[in-house]
Design a binder for this molecule. Structure first.
Ligand code: PBG
Length: 330
């Protein structure tokens, strides 16, 4: 970069002297169109249940979903992501509940589509971890996660969600080859319009802790997810993962977690012409939220954290702050 001019005739502070000029030269912008709101659902009636590790985030019973969806629609949040807290009695080694058409996710999709039509998009995770008694995203056999056998179930899970009316299928399992197979299966059943958002670069991260608490898989998880989720020391490998998923038919790709992986978002953006999304995960949310609650940092930290994703090149951000800041942004 060539810098023309030199102090004292060059003073970069001039462009920052007032609010109006700062707005004028602002390089990035965060709007409600950039936000995806994750929502946890739970069995039962009349429930809005708090989650200890995620202050300000709740699990809703299906009948109470309109409490939060109404707000999302009113503030024009484009997309919600549904995550189930599955009763442990419904979990088994194979995650069979994932394929039950009356499971929580299916009931949530049906309700939202019926009540809100196409006013808001629905995204659903494809992975087995909310449903397996061992807490893994895939089938576990003799201490190993089986890839191809898992993919066969994920295909069925995707088709079921598409049938229910899910708009965006989001495989978050990190098995090899699943995007291509899911795309093919969706097309064969005439779901050409159902989008695939691949969690393409998903790292084995400690920042998922509160989420696992929220979906009730925390105490079940045997071992870790390092044989399928990525090693956080790597960046080149993320580009290979992304390239493969694009080739297999992903419409959008996700980098996850968010703030510790801004470098990955940036290099995906520089290397591929595809919308890249960031997931500001549960641990990131809770750290910021607790900091605000304890008055260690102030509320502006939320927008600052989200703007970092825009700077890095993200098209949208999955964030538990979405409903809390949507109106401020509008
Ligand atoms: C499940 C899944 C996880 C998250 C989203 N989908 C957890 C995991 O992989 O263990 C994490 C989201 C968050 O922490 O907010 N495959």
């Amino acid at each position: 970069m060539i810098i023309t001019g030199k102090y004292p005739n060059l003073r970069l502070r001039r462009n920052r002297k007032s609010d109006w000029t700062r707005r004028l030269v602002q390089e990035n912008n965060l709007s409600v169109n950039d936000l995806i709101l994750p929502i946890f659902v739970i069995d039962g009636k009349n429930k809005k249940e708090s989650i200890k590790t995620m202050p300000g985030v709740y699990r809703y019973s299906i009948d109470k979903l309109p409490l939060i969806i109404d707000r999302a629609v009113k503030s024009k949040i484009p997309l919600v992501a549904i995550f189930p807290y599955t009763n442990s009695k419904l979990k088994n080694n194979f995650g069979h509940e994932a394929l039950n058409e009356s499971n929580l996710v299916c009931r949530a999709i049906r309700l939202i589509k019926k009540k809100y039509k196409n006013k808001i998009g629905i995204m659903c995770d494809v992975a087995l971890d909310p449903y397996t008694s061992h807490g893994h995203d895939g089938l576990l056999s003799k201490g190993k996660i089986l890839n191809d056998e898992t993919v066969n179930i994920l295909i069925k899970q995707s088709l079921l969600q598409a049938e229910m009316g899910c708009d965006v299928i989001a495989p978050s399992d990190m098995m090899d080859g699943r995007i291509g197979k899911i795309r093919k299966a969706l097309d064969k059943k005439n779901f050409q319009d159902v989008q695939i958002l691949s969690y393409a670069a998903k790292y084995a991260s400690s920042f998922y802790g509160p989420f696992r608490d929220a979906v009730g898989s925390k105490n079940l998880l045997k071992g870790d997810k390092k044989t399928y989720q990525m090693d956080f020391s790597n960046n080149q490998e993320a580009l290979r993962e992304i390239a493969l998923d694009i080739k297999e038919g992903a419409d959008m790709v996700m980098v996850k977690p968010g703030m510790p992986y801004l470098d990955i978002i940036k290099s995906v953006k520089e290397n591929f012409k595809i919308p890249v999304f960031a997931y500001q995960v549960s641990g990131e949310y809770s750290l910021i939220k607790n900091g605000i609650n304890k008055k260690i940092i102030n509320e502006n930290s939320i927008i600052e954290s989200l703007m970092s994703f825009k700077r890095a090149g993200a098209s949208a951000i999955v964030t538990y702050f979405a409903d809390k800041i949507a109106n401020t942004l509008r």
